[in-house]
Design a protein around this ligand. Structure first.
Ligand code: SF4
Length: 676
């Protein structure tokens, strides 16, 4: 294939227009849709605005993008295309802007991975609502449609960690006309089909996977096979934390069902109406979405402003599927992408491999062949009719469902195929791997493909360190997290060591943990530090829990109860409590040891003191200081060479020095950075 990706040599019309001049270069004197985005415009299938823009273009409409408009001047950015013929689309970007802007300690971040040069300050807090209200002021008669992760996760009454209070649906705060939740292609296609026929957005009440507001006195339209489920009103949630918690179980279950109910929630004089989601996208639909005319490059206007870190991370990586059936309590992936896996065909994936190989600066290394969880590609229920009736938020917790086909065969085939491509020196699996599906102690009915997968991945697709996420060692807290017992991680480590040895490699296994998760106590964290030290780990990746909207853990954090059992759950909330949980990880640091020793004595845990204080502190010895530094540098390198943020993401930023939010699923790969 010819080297066609040379940026700078391509006509500007290869990108969707972001200026009036560029629209005119396409022969357009007006546009049908204007899409306002909180991110810079990167024309790549991992970036939501590009996917939606390309999809609208493929439907034959004239679409322009306004990336990162200035919301503080005379608003000229919002006016530059004038009134679109059909509607404005608004997204806050690939991450919730609050997760993007603030650390778990609510400190303002100094960078933004979705902006050229990594510069912060190019989008407002609560961007979707800010943009939408501006548009409503400027063009009151043009409909505004909102979508993306921020709109999706804030579609109903939710807890906002940054304001420390419940907020109503974003439909209320944005004044938008229509909300699309989840991955937007299917509802948007239907919206466009109707809009082309002249149906106004204000009449589109029955489109699956959308939400609208209706006056309470208006009855809801009757739709065949749709049942209604009334949630506690927003006002009731404000009064009663338990009512808010009780809502969540319904919201999560209906979001993950194949045949869900329509949710209705009162807000003042109106009802929020959330229509059931579409069925999971088929392989054909997925291929269509990934095979559109992307340049795979940032818009040339950014050339002089520095690289866009999120693009730099993913430009040589390939997303194989969407969705995650893990259902982890702290993760937003399934709330946005769904529990069922939507996979691309091998043909479509290999076509993208070909495109990446032909990029002029490609040096032979694919940085990730993955997805929200790397090893869920192609997985689904054996008997679909059982899945059709299922309400479980997870297919692999508390046990692996007997109806789930966990064969890793097609992934092994695909990895080998990519490995054999003459243009690929190495293809890494950088996305998180669900290690629990790879051990027979947990995945009891697994076939031999799990061993073939581990053999293939550890032998050929790890870039020195394999990152997995046991998240905790306490069975009780793991149950709340919807993660398996830590004993299965011990099993996995044995397998990892075995295949490492078999291939004559000295790769490292890097476990990830979360501190201050609901249910987690200080003593448990001390146990965690001791148990992992005994296994030979010196932990570097410790994340402080951040309550992001629409997770079980966030509901527990705010309400104090588990939304499924309504039983009380303790959560470390104060800075002091959080630091106390976090400190035990740093037993190897001289300056931390006295405080750890003192606290363990107060807790009467001489056994843990003995384990954690055994051996000299690292910083006692200059040689060790050096090795610690180089270890951190190496880790930073791996992170940089790894994928995307993830939304969810460890957001590529999680370091021990500054605990970060666990906002997985909030980035382009929406999850590829999610740790499993
Ligand atoms: S039946 Fe099993 S495989 Fe199917 S959705 Fe439910 S938990 Fe998942």
């Amino acid at each position: 294939m010819e080297k066609t990706m040379q940026k700078g040599k391509r006509p500007i019309t290869d990108w969707l227009p972001i200026t009036k001049k560029e629209a005119e270069a396409r022969g357009w004197d007006e546009v049908d849709v204007v899409l306002i985005s909180g991110d810079a415009y990167v024309d790549h299938p991992s970036f939501g605005a590009a996917v939606i823009g390309r999809m609208i273009e493929a439907e034959g409409l004239r679409i322009a993008i306004v990336p990162q408009p200035n919301w503080q001047d005379d608003l000229r950015d919002f006016k530059k295309f004038g009134k679109p013929r059909m509607f404005f689309g608004v997204t806050g970007g690939c991450m919730d802007p609050m997760v993007n802007h603030y650390t778990a300690n609510k400190r303002r971040r100094s960078n933004d991975a979705y902006t050229p040069g990594g510069m912060a300050g190019f989008r407002p807090d609560y961007a979707t609502s800010v943009y939408s209200r501006i548009l409503k002021d400027l063009y009151p008669d043009v409909p505004v449609l909102i979508g993306g992760i921020e709109a999706s996760l804030r579609r109903v009454t939710h807890y906002d960690y940054w304001q420390d209070q419940l907020l109503p649906s974003i439909m209320e705060t944005s004044s938008a006309d229509l909300l699309v939740y989840g991955m937007g292609e299917q509802p948007l296609r239907e919206i466009i089909r109707l809009a082309k026929k002249g149906v106004p957005l204000s009449s589109m009440h029955n489109i699956p996977q959308t939400a609208i507001m209706r006056p309470v006195e208006e009855s809801l339209p009757v739709v065949k096979n749709w049942e209604d489920l009334e949630l506690h009103s927003h006002e009731k949630c404000l009064e009663d934390k338990l009512a808010y918690a009780a809502n969540f179980k319904h919201i999560e279950q209906e979001s993950n069902k194949l045949y869900a109910k329509r949710l209705v929630q009162g807000i003042g004089e109106r009802n929020l109406v959330i229509n059931p989601p579409y069925q999971t996208m088929t392989e054909k639909e997925m291929d269509k979405s990934f095979d559109m005319a992307y340049t795979r490059l940032p818009h040339p206007k950014y050339d002089k402003r520095g690289v866009i870190p999120a693009w730099e991370m993913i430009k040589f990586s390939i997303n194989m599927h969407r969705g995650c059936f893990g259902g982890c309590s702290f993760c937003t992936i399934s709330a946005h992408q769904g529990k069922f896996i939507a996979s691309r065909s091998q043909k479509s994936i290999m076509k993208e491999v070909e495109q990446v190989v032909n990029m002029p600066d490609f040096k032979g290394y694919i940085s990730d062949l993955g997805g929200p969880s790397a090893n869920m590609y192609g997985m689904k229920g054996i008997d679909q009719s059982i899945c059709d009736r299922c309400v479980s938020p997870s297919c692999i917790h508390p046990v692996i469902c007997s109806n789930l086909d966990t064969s890793h065969r097609s992934m092994v085939d695909l990895l080998k195929k990519v490995d054999h491509h003459p243009g690929v020196k190495k293809a890494f699996v950088g996305s998180g791997i669900r290690y629990d599906m790879l051990v027979k102690s947990y995945n009891k009915k697994a076939d031999n493909s799990i061993d073939d997968y581990l053999d293939q991945v550890i032998g050929h697709h790890v870039s020195g360190r394999l990152k997995v996420a046991p998240e905790h060692t306490s069975d009780e807290t793991l149950r709340i997290m919807r993660k398996p017992s830590f004993k299965h991680f011990h099993e996995f480590k044995k397998k990892f060591d075995h295949y490492n040895k078999k291939h004559g490699l000295k790769q490292q296994l890097i476990p990830y943990f979360i501190s201050s998760h609901p249910g987690s106590t200080e003593e448990e964290m001390a146990n965690l530090a001791a148990e992992t030290k005994d296994m030979g780990f010196q932990l570097e990746q410790v994340q402080d829990f951040t309550p992001t909207p629409m997770t079980v853990a966030t509901v527990a954090y705010y309400s104090g109860v588990h939304p499924y059992t309504m039983r009380p759950i303790y959560t470390a909330k104060s800075k002091q409590e959080k630091l106390a949980q976090h400190q035990f990880f740093f037993w190897y640091k001289k300056e931390k040891r006295e405080a750890i020793r003192r606290r363990l004595r107060e807790l009467k845990r001489a056994d843990l003191e003995e384990i954690l204080m055994r051996g000299p502190a690292k910083s006692d010895k200059p040689k060790d200081r050096k090795s610690e530094k180089s270890g951190n540098q190496q880790q930073q390198k791996v992170q940089n060479g790894r994928k995307r943020s993830t939304t969810g993401k460890r957001e590529g930023k999680s370091r021990v020095k500054e605990p970060q939010g666990n906002s997985r699923g909030q980035n382009p790969r929406s999850k590829r950075q999610k740790r499993r």
